[in-house]
Design a protein around this ligand. Structure first.
Ligand code: 8X3
Length: 253
């Protein structure tokens, strides 16, 4: 008798735009069922139309809201894969003058958001028997750069959390993957970091012929989570060719 394998099921946080939205779309195009999580309902509308995507509104920094999402997803059949993508940067100030509230926000969303969602879903992933956690951190998580300040600190923190989780959860057969993107040209990331200064945001990518786009990272994520479960790509650093290192970006005029 031929039986069809059950579809894989993932939760993607920060799914309303950029890497998160592209990942939700890419996974569903491969037959996955995806719970797409974001803070703002109206930003999820475009995904709600996609077959295979179930949008869920939730702020990952609020443990009560996250607990509600666990209930909803449990009732809907659960997940085998958690993709912690929610995060972001705010400001490019030097350490000497950086704003504590910016640092706090970055720590909340990148580190504590990942912690909240991971803690909430670990029992489900352990019970599944072949769970996967994939955290989207950043090259800012292992290379400091001027103006990186709070973002570097937060991403180093999230990167460390990811490494510890891999060590602790191996005995529960949960693989833990760290994807560290470099320069990715998305609608929101740099605009938010530069507090809406879109002209300055454009300059970040000026002359870079082919920065990465969200779909590139979505492809990397999809490949990593669809490999046989015993294959764990611990850390995947993804940069455009034009960004050989944080400080070395090839720009053409
Ligand atoms: C984004 C990469 O280079 O802006 O996470 O720090 S970078």
């Amino acid at each position: 008798m031929i039986t069809e394998a059950a579809p894989r099921r993932a939760l993607v946080t920060g799914a309303s735009s950029g890497i998160g939205a592209a990942t939700a779309l890419r996974l569903t195009s491969e037959g996955w069922q995806v719970f797409a999580l974001a803070r703002r309902a109206e930003k999820l509308e475009h995904l709600a139309e996609q077959e295979g995507i179930i949008p869920l509104v939730c702020d990952v920094t609020d443990p009560e809201q996250v607990a509600g999402v666990v209930e909803t997803i449990t009732a809907a059949g659960g997940i085998d894969t958690l993709i912690n993508n929610a995060g972001g940067a705010l400001g490019v100030d030097p350490v000497g003058t950086g704003k504590v509230e910016d640092w706090r926000w970055m720590f909340e969303v990148n580190v504590l958001g990942t912690l909240n969602v991971t803690q909430a879903f670990l029992p489900m992933l352990r019970e599944h028997g072949e769970g996967t956690v994939l955290n989207v951190t950043s090259t800012a998580g292992y290379t400091p750069y001027e103006g990186g300040g709070g973002y570097n600190a937060a991403k180093y923190g999230q990167h460390a959390l990811t490494g510890v989780l891999r060590l602790e959860e191996a005995e529960h057969n949960i693989r833990v993957i760290d994807v560290l993107p470099g320069m990715v040209h998305t609608e929101e990331f740099t605009a938010k970091r530069l507090r809406g200064d879109t002209a300055a945001a454009q300059k970040v990518y000026a002359g870079v012929e082919k920065p990465l786009v969200a779909e590139d990272i979505a492809e990397v994520i999809t490949n990593a989570v669809t490999l046989p479960h015993h294959v764990n790509l611990d850390q995947i650093v993804v940069r455009p060719v034009a960004q050989a290192a944080q400080h070395k970006v090839i720009r053409k005029n």
